[in-house]
Ligand binder design. Sequence first.
Ligand code: GUN
Length: 282
Amino acid sequence: MTAELMNGKQLAATKQAEMKERVAKLASDGIVPGLAVILVGDNQASQTYVRSKQRSCEKAGIHSVLKQLSAETTEKELLAHIEELNVDPSIDGILVQLPLPKQISEQAVIEAISPNKDVDGFHPISIGKMMTGEKTFLPCTPHGIIELLKASNIEISGKHAVVVGRSNIVGKPVGQLLLNEHATVTYCHSRTPDLNAITKQADILVVAVGISKLIKKEDVKPGAVVIDVGMNRDENGKLCGDVDFNDVETVASHITPVPGGVGPMTITMLLENTIESALNRS
Ligand code: GUN
């Protein structure tokens, strides 16, 4: 079996083209959605992600502001920037790129962002609402995964979804969103004794652990849907996921590529959250 490719890049392009029209219409009503991105320090991967987010904003007509702060920034200084943005009427969304330097508490920073501008969906209020199924900003990567599954006409309800990874950004929330869609959800992580025994039971397998090509075809049930959230470099410096694509595509029914799978959907959901936030301006 050769798996069907789940083309996140294409779906993202379609959705972003629709958003561009929505943004143009909003602009004609005098509302220009605004996103502020704060980048602290000089993490290369973070710089690349942030640049990509800004480029997508520009293309969609969303006003974007980048605050680039030094690696020595104190927590107090960062919190002051957030306070300023919280009350800036031209800003609808605030995103502080993670990870942060170790002198800064990520949790304190996340909690300082106004829930009304929490387009990352990381604030405890947003997370709580996600858990109870109330309308809120959903975290972008998990939401993008659900959208990609739906656009690929994959039934989630009643399926066994296995999530490998338990980060606050991807693993935990994607499991919750799959549960909200009526899947039976199992979480695996670094202390799961027999990973393979569990991943092999998955109808939908989501892998978000940051280990190059961890998942091989013997870890996957024939016909499973495989979502790869990894973004790693292989031994030749080539971009690769947490799933051994060439191996697993021979057994899966659907698979996301890296790059061009989940990544573009993350940015798309960020833009969507920013536009939603602008619509909620009072
Ligand atoms: N670092 C890696 N992914 C993300 C994300 O979705 N949002 C933020 N703020 N930081 C990240």
